[in-house]
Ligand binder design. Structure first.
Ligand SMILES: Cc1cc2nc3c(=O)[nH]c(=O)nc-3n(C[C@H](O)[C@H](O)[C@H](O)COP(=O)(O)O)c2cc1C
Length: 140
């Protein structure tokens, strides 16, 4: 049986990466992730990405491909580990714009600090990191 893994990375959005390109990334996710049974979420802002990916070992291949994408740079691996079950089973790749009004105002100051550090590459304990991503995804 093939095991399940999770992977989290953050990166800097290339200044020339337009919103139309974000739409294009979303289309790629829809096209490819369901085929490979990959689920997860992608949070983006004007200048950052943070993505949580889960699935079989296929996710390492996807990560290698994503790393080469010139719509972002400074791709930093924050976590890669086996998991028992999926956290986002119903999202081929949930997309959220974290600059949207209401996002940063609806979370606590403490969560904001931990999240901002995480997006810059400073990963907290994995359980904390994932529950923050989940919380942020649900609120954004
Ligand atoms: C931040 C970011 C996240 C991405 N996430 C995914 C993803 O989850 N799945 C995917 O297939 N492509 C993703 N891509 C796009 C890939 O780098 C690549 O362009 C795409 O998979 C090519 O798809 P195609 O071979 O179907 O044209 C992402 C790109 C960026 C910049």
């Amino acid at each position: 049986m093939t095991g399940l893994y999770q992977l989290i990375y953050s990166s800097i959005r290339t200044p020339s990466c337009t919103d139309a390109e974000i739409e294009d990334i979303l289309r790629s996710c829809k096209r490819n992730n369901s085929k490979e049974e990959i689920t997860g979420i992608l949070l983006h802002s004007r200048n950052r990405f943070i993505q949580y990916i889960e699935g079989t070992s296929e996710i390492s291949k996807l990560y290698e491909k994503i790393k080469l994408d010139d719509r972002h740079f400074n791709v930093t691996l924050l976590a890669y580990s086996p998991i028992e079950k999926r956290i986002f089973p119903s999202w081929q790749m949930g997309f959220k714009d974290i600059d949207k009004l209401g996002f940063y105002t609806s979370i606590t100051e403490k969560d904001k600090i931990v999240f901002n550090n995480m997006i810059k590459g400073d990963m907290p304990e994995i359980g904390i990191g994932i529950s923050l991503l989940k919380k942020f995804f649900e609120k954004a």
